[in-house]
Design a binder for this molecule. Structure first.
Ligand code: ATP
Ligand code: LTN
Length: 331
């Protein structure tokens, strides 16, 4: 039986955070042995917010290096740059004609980003989910692992696929989301009501390439509460719940398994344990990342092979889609 297919993508829009790692990349690694896996660096998506060209290139290499440093093996999965596989832009365009304005208007990521970038609410930012649907549907993807914030986009992708199939027959695979139980929504350490984000100002974000001392400081300064009682309560003790979520994700455990370790202890003990765990994971990853970033030729090589494998999978779907809508195939 052929393996099931996984695809996910991350924007090269800044330095990665521990939210990106625990909510997404860590799960990418778990899948690579049992699934046919495609992991994309979505530069076409990143330019929906204005990027500095030099930084965009560096961030794209950095994301490839983090994928590898986190344990993705290019022999097992395809790691590639979205713009290298031009099928994505074509598929995104076609699918935008199967996506309704009303659906796009409801997307919370669009509303958030439009609010953050009032000077540049461009059409691409609005049609972004159609391009993402293209990324997913080109590969016949069965499962899309992401953090919780992408659930709405994956649901829209499912609706687009069903709509297309309803008109033209069973051409596109309808994907399922995979959202981890723990760490799907790591919160900002300074504002535990807000998602930790790589493009925030940084005081409440742990970046993967941050000096270890600074990580320790940020965790020690994380906002908690005045209850002085360790419990797991996302509503009333959001900061504490966030720290426990980070700890549990680092340990590959559920909250119920780690809570007893901290009951009766002080907040300082929890913070110390979280800092130790995060550092234990990030230190070797940072070393590997630095080595990889010093060998761009090797990264280029991996990305080239990744794009070749990705194109081989994506191209037949695009041909079928073009045929279905009535385009004349080039002779
Ligand atoms: P940006 O700030 O540029 O919007 P981001 O940090 O939200 O970026 P994305 O590129 O949008 O990151 O997301 C990459 C992956 O990481 C997605 O699967 C997303 O769901 C996941 N992710 C992002 N932030 C978090 C978080 N705080 N907790 C868990 N998962 C997250
Ligand atoms: N929209 C996602 C990034 C993204 C993606 C994808 C995720 C683009 N294409 C395909 C999963 C599958 C984000 O902002 N995190």
């Amino acid at each position: 039986m052929s393996k099931k297919i996984i695809l996910s993508g991350i924007q090269p829009s800044g330095q990665l955070s521990i939210g990106n790692y625990l909510g997404a990349i860590k799960n990418f690694v778990n899948y690579q042995d049992t699934y046919d896996t495609y992991y994309c660096i979505v530069d076409l998506h990143a330019i929906t917010v204005r990027q500095n060209p030099v930084a965009l290139k560096e961030n794209s290499y950095a994301l490839a290096a983090w994928y590898l440093a986190a344990g993705l093996n290019p022999e097992k999965c395809s790691i590639f740059i979205q713009s290298h596989v031009t099928e994505h832009a074509e598929m995104g365009w076609i699918l935008s004609t199967f996506t309704q304005m009303g659906e796009l208007e409801r997307m919370t990521q669009f509303k958030d980003k439009a609010n953050q970038h009032k000077q540049n609410i461009n059409a691409g930012l609005f049609t972004y989910p159609a391009l993402m649907a293209g990324d997913i549907l080109l590969y016949g993807t069965d499962v899309v692992p992401t953090g919780h914030d992408q659930k709405q986009h994956i649901e829209l992708t499912r609706d687009i696929a069903k709509r297309f199939n309803g008109i033209y027959g069973d051409i596109l695979t309808v994907p399922e989301p995979f959202i981890p139980k723990v760490a799907a929504r790591i919160k900002d350490l300074q504002n535990p009501l807000k998602k930790m984000s790589k493009s925030s100002d940084g005081a409440g974000t742990i970046f993967l390439n941050e000096p270890l001392k600074s990580i320790e400081k940020k965790i020690k300064r994380a906002v908690t509460d005045n209850e002085m009682n360790i419990a797991y309560d996302e509503k009333n003790q959001a900061g504490l719940a966030n720290l426990m979520g980070i700890y549990a994700a680092c340990e590959n455990k559920q909250i119920e398994e780690v809570l007893p370790l901290f009951e009766g202890k002080g907040y300082g003990d929890l913070k110390k344990a979280v800092a130790e765990k995060v550092i234990e994971i990030l230190e070797p990853m940072q070393n590997r990342y630095n080595e990889l970033m010093n060998d761009k030729a090797e990264l280029d090589n991996i990305l080239k092979k990744g794009a070749e494998k990705a194109r081989a999978k994506a191209s037949p779907t695009l041909i079928k889609v073009k045929e279905a809508v009535g385009f004349i195939a080039p002779s």
